[in-house]
Design a protein around this ligand. Structure first.
Ligand code: BG6
Length: 432
């Protein structure tokens, strides 16, 4: 595939995300995909020693000549004309602008870049979540960006969509008749999307206090995994249709019912964030329903929490029990231990005619290297492929579903349920 020469502009190049994920991802895609002519420009308020930055992030500074730093005051509109001159984008080049900065800063940068005329169709904007904090703010953000940029230029990153096993949900469903025949509410009884985290908020007190588990994980990551699980996969399916297909699923979800949601907080969280009255949830369980006839009347549960007993993200599809046969559960193991698992009932070896529960499993061979989600998003943005990115209408649809919970919780001054760090999900709320 022929791609234009890429100039990658990174706002927030010295930040945590950049040094942990972005710089290593750039290093690897240059090595594997051969984007030898890629230039990386880091934008920063202060002078940055590129060699030291790379050595810290990658353990080597050997690729330093690819990088340069443009120092500027991000809040000063006039400096964006200077930035534009520095980039000197040619017609046969593309500019990827990676906004690895908090949302308010990103919105302002987009305004200033737009006003400075950095808007030609060969400019692409890569946003990090959160995409707004509620329905209204998301709509405002989208409208502001639309003043200068077309939807085709926007690449909103939800790194869960880029996980290999998330993409594999689509491949397994589309590529295997076994699943296609059974993909409806006649055969399926309920679906659970569960993301357990062992880590706590890891010192991100300010961010987390304003965010909470619903906004941090459910609004993007879990809604997207649910959409991949429920979406229509027509014959001759084209991966570029993915955002539109996911959007259809989200549009069919009914607004969440606060009576069917639970939130909880781990003990010690309030001390950690220095707010003895905090009601920010570190655990959430939400039951949704769809008005799509194919999925009507079955519970769609999304569950996530921090400081739980283990790290595990999975989509659990529970099949209905029929006649004497037992019900089965199909599990897409998103991480860790990426793979698929089916709970089957088999004959227990021996003289009796008894059943026993066994697992049919698929895991990748040990030597398989699964590309990191950030490598996947960079490669796809360079190639103008949109399937791993969240469209504006998906963002709005997802907030619309969850808004009733945000509104109800804001008004609710009852004490929040507490759980001990390291607790199992099913002891906080029932999970199968
Ligand atoms: C991020 C959240 O989007 O995803 C974090 O902000 C969370 O709070 C992280 O820990 C989990 O990502 P992963 O890839 O480790 O499951």
């Amino acid at each position: 595939m022929v791609v234009m020469k890429t100039k990658l502009l990174i706002f927030g190049i010295t930040g945590d995300l950049s040094t942990r994920k972005l710089l290593p991802a750039i290093h690897r895609i240059v090595a594997t995909e051969g984007y030898d002519d890629m230039e990386v420009i880091g934008v920063s308020r202060r002078e940055v020693d590129v060699k030291a930055l790379l050595a810290g992030a990658l353990g080597t500074d050997e690729d330093a000549e690819r990088f340069s730093i443009f120092s500027m005051d991000l809040a000063n509109q006039e400096e964006y004309a200077r930035l534009r001159e520095y980039i000197a984008l040619g017609d046969d080049e593309q500019l990827l602008v990676y906004l690895s900065v908090p949302p308010q800063a990103a919105t302002q940068i987009v305004d200033f870049m737009g006003a400075a005329g950095l808007t030609s169709p060969n400019v692409k904007l890569l946003f990090e979540k959160p995409f707004g904090v509620d329905l209204t703010s998301a709509e405002e953000m989208i409208a502001r960006t639309a003043r200068y940029y077309d939807e085709s230029q926007l690449y909103r990153i939800d790194h869960y969509l880029a996980k290999e096993m998330a993409q594999n949900i689509v491949a397994l469903r589309g590529g295997n008749a076994l699943f296609s025949h059974l993909w409806n509410n006649t055969a399926i009884e309920k679906i659970e999307v569960i993301a357990r985290e062992k880590i706590d908020i890891e010192g991100r007190a300010q961010f987390y206090e304003q965010t909470g588990a619903l906004r941090d994980i459910v609004q993007g990551h879990l809604m997207q995994l649910l959409a991949l699980t429920l979406m229509d996969i027509p014959p001759q399916f084209d991966w570029d249709e993915l955002p539109a297909r996911r959007q259809e699923v989200l549009a069919h979800l009914r607004p969440a019912d606060p009576a069917k949601a639970r939130r909880a907080q781990y003990e010690g969280y309030r001390e950690e964030v220095g707010n003895p009255k905090s009601r920010t949830e570190t655990f959430v369980s939400v039951e949704l329903t769809s008005d799509d006839p194919r999925w009507a009347n079955i519970p769609l549960r999304l569950i996530t929490g921090k400081a739980l007993d283990k790290k595990s993200t999975e989509v659990r599809v529970h099949f209905r029990k029929i006649h004497e046969a037992q019900s089965n559960c199909l599990v897409f193991r998103i991480q860790p231990d990426e793979g698929v698992e089916i709970e089957l009932f088999t004959k227990k070896p021996g003289y009796e005619r008894e059943f026993e529960k066994r697992q049919l499993m698929f895991s990748y061979p040990e030597q398989t290297v699964l590309p990191d989600a950030y490598e996947q998003v960079l490669v796809d943005a360079i190639r103008s492929r949109k399937s791993l990115f969240t469209s504006s209408s998906e963002v709005v649809a997802s907030w619309r579903v969850l808004q009733p919970l945000l509104s109800a919780w804001e008004m609710d001054d009852r004490t929040i349920q507490m759980y001990t760090k390291g607790e199992a999900t099913h002891t906080i709320c029932s999970v199968e």
